[in-house]
Design a protein around this ligand. Structure first.
Ligand SMILES: [Zn+2]
Length: 238
């Protein structure tokens, strides 16, 4: 559950931390005159170790606000950043997202190299391999938020709702989508939302490693639905 609604929070107020204010383009409530694409400003972003789970979540929503407003900073996407993080990565958020080509997670949250640890699979379903990947991203690498991202018009969810025969091993995904499909009663949009809740719950409870990080206050699990037509991520209450 999200305590506040960062989607409707002005960028200047998203955090009490000075570093975050800099990352959001504001200092002491005054907009910087530095261009939004300034590499120097992008490099001021704090590393995962400096953030609380709530602050990490706020950074994500601030990035999506920039992206969906058509004003991305596109940070951390140059060769200098590559060299900086080549020795070690410290992503501040981990993701379970869909493989859909319209849902490039770094772009829609306005992040760059080394910021997000992303696991993508059609229908954003939790398989043992995905859990292992996300345990690595959180427990080993230190991501502070574990975010399950569904999206509108998801082909995998729609196919599972429809239930028609599919070729090859596509139907292997359906078993993971079954609880959401059952709860949605034929409505694909509802099934997408339910699936975010189902997968977030699974990640929170099926992995003792992730459950302990949550219990210790080192990790927050959150979820949302990305609208592929507007670029906006709408939080889902878990
Ligand atoms: Zn999808």
């Amino acid at each position: 559950m999200i305590e506040s609604n960062p989607l409707h929070t002005p960028h200047c107020a998203v955090s009490r931390r000075g570093l975050l204010k800099t990352a959001c383009g504001c200092i002491f409530g005054t907009a910087l005159t530095v261009p939004m694409t300034s590499p120097a400003m992008a490099r001021d972003k704090p590393r995962a170790v400096d953030l609380s789970p709530n602050e990490a979540l706020e950074l994500l929503y601030a990035g999506n606000n920039r992206f969906s407003a058509g004003k991305p900073q596109a940070p951390h996407r140059d060769l200098e950043r590559l060299k900086e993080i080549a020795p070690a990565q410290k992503p501040f958020a981990a993701f379970l997202g869909c493989a859909d080509s319209r849902v490039p997670i770094e772009i829609l949250f306005d992040q760059g190299f080394g910021d997000l640890f992303v696991t993508r699979i059609a229908g954003n379903v939790t398989t043992p391999e995905c859990i292992g990947s996300l345990e690595f991203g959180t427990h080993i690498l230190g991501a502070k938020v574990l975010y399950v991202l569904g999206h509108t018009n998801c082909g995998a969810v729609a196919a599972a709702v429809k239930g028609d025969p599919v070729p090859g091993q596509i139907s292997a995904l359906f078993q993971h989508l079954r609880p959401a499909v059952k709860a949605a009663k034929g409505d694909v949009a509802v099934a997408v939302q339910e699936n975010v809740k189902t997968q977030a719950t699974l990640l929170s409870e099926a992995s003792p490693v992730i459950a302990k990080l949550i219990k210790d206050g080192k990790l927050k699990v959150a979820g949302g639905v990305y609208d592929i037509a507007t670029g906006k991520v709408v939080p889902v209450e878990l």
